[in-house]
Design a protein around this ligand. Structure first.
Ligand code: C2E
Ligand code: CA
Ligand code: CA
Ligand code: CA
Length: 282
């Protein structure tokens, strides 16, 4: 294959075709994945930087494919979006997350834990999504404050009136809104004042080299300061070392999340982690 690689054309075409075929196969398999119980939701703890307490969790979807094993969400979420499967799956994730929030509340009523769910742009824009999310809260008898959604910057540039209207409905129900992967998409930030956002999530790419890279440090600090000035709080993702944590604490980033504390865990494992964290703290 190496020799053929010189002929870029011959080398390139089959892999494109293979990729397309894989995509079609995965798209088909995705249709049955929910009813075949191949999905799981894992939860990654988010800690208060000052107290070290677990106060939030991010729900992350996991797909265990019967032949290929674990398939990364970065690979299958875009396919689920293209095929429309994302709506059913997304509503299921939200329900699972609300269930976890409810178990968390029963386990420690004082904790007031909040579970956030990633919502892709197309899922967010679907006419039934907002009602589905609100209906789920009513059904589970959960206050909106226990839930948050994570959306990306691109969405806020889309159909602004429509997006704002939907965000207002969710926030009126108490659901918090986090802006995911902040700083990686668009440099125009005027939209921040047009929408009511509760949290900015500092992308992992700015956290990774925090201890070595002066500019990353400046970016992280600037995001925190700007967030505070605009009445928002910041969550840093991908925190893997104590050094990174110390820098984030020094610039007064409110929340941290990453492998330093825990990988995303199945529901039972997450609740154990929370119980352990409560015993260790205060
Ligand atoms: P994201 O929302 O930016 O999620 C953070 C990703 O970083 C997760 O990858 C998480 O497992 C990983 N991560 C957390 N801490 C660390 C760390 O310390 N180091 C490193 N290297 N990675 C860390 P994951 O679970 O593979 O998810 C990838 C993406 O898939 C997510 O990125 C999100 O955009 C999307 N996704 C996951 N679940 C859902 C879902 O239910 N719905 C939608 N629409 N998208 C989802
Ligand atoms: Ca996220
Ligand atoms: Ca993110
Ligand atoms: Ca991401």
């Amino acid at each position: 294959a190496k020799e053929q690689g010189r002929n870029g054309f011959r080398h390139f075409t089959p892999s494109m075709q293979e990729k397309a075929e894989n995509r079609i196969r995965l798209a088909n398999d995705l249709r049955f994945a929910l009813s075949s119980q191949q999905f799981q939701v894992h939860y990654q703890p988010i800690l208060d930087t000052v107290t070290g307490q677990v106060v939030k969790a991010e729900a992350l979807l996991r797909w265990q494919h019967p032949e290929h094993g674990f398939v990364s969400p970065d690979l299958f979420i875009p396919i689920a979006e293209d095929t429309g499967v994302i709506h059913e799956v997304g509503n299921w994730v939200f329900r699972e997350a609300a269930k976890l929030a409810s178990r968390w509340r029963k386990q420690c009523p004082a904790a007031c834990g909040q579970v956030s769910v990633n919502i892709s742009p197309r899922q967010f824009m679907h006419e039934k999504t907002v009602d589905a999310l609100l209906g789920c809260l009513t059904e589970m008898n959960m206050p909106g404050e226990c839930m948050a959604i994570e959306i990306t910057e691109g969405l806020l540039l889309d159909d602004q009136d429509h997006v704002r209207e939907k965000l207002v409905s969710l926030r009126e129900a108490g659901i918090r809104v986090a802006l995911d992967d902040f700083g990686t998409g668009y440099s125009a930030m005027g939209y921040l004042k047009k929408f009511n956002i509760d949290y900015l999530k500092i992308d992992r790419s700015f956290v990774r080299d925090l201890a070595r890279d002066e500019s990353d440090r400046a970016i992280a600090e600037t995001i925190v300061i700007m967030a505070k000035r605009l009445g928002m709080k910041t969550i840093a993702e991908g925190v893997e070392t104590n050094e990174q944590r110390d820098i984030l604490a020094a610039v007064e980033c409110e929340y941290v999340q990453g492998y330093l504390y825990s990988r995303p865990l199945p529901a039972a494992g997450f609740l154990e982690y929370v119980a352990e964290n409560m015993r260790a703290g205060c």
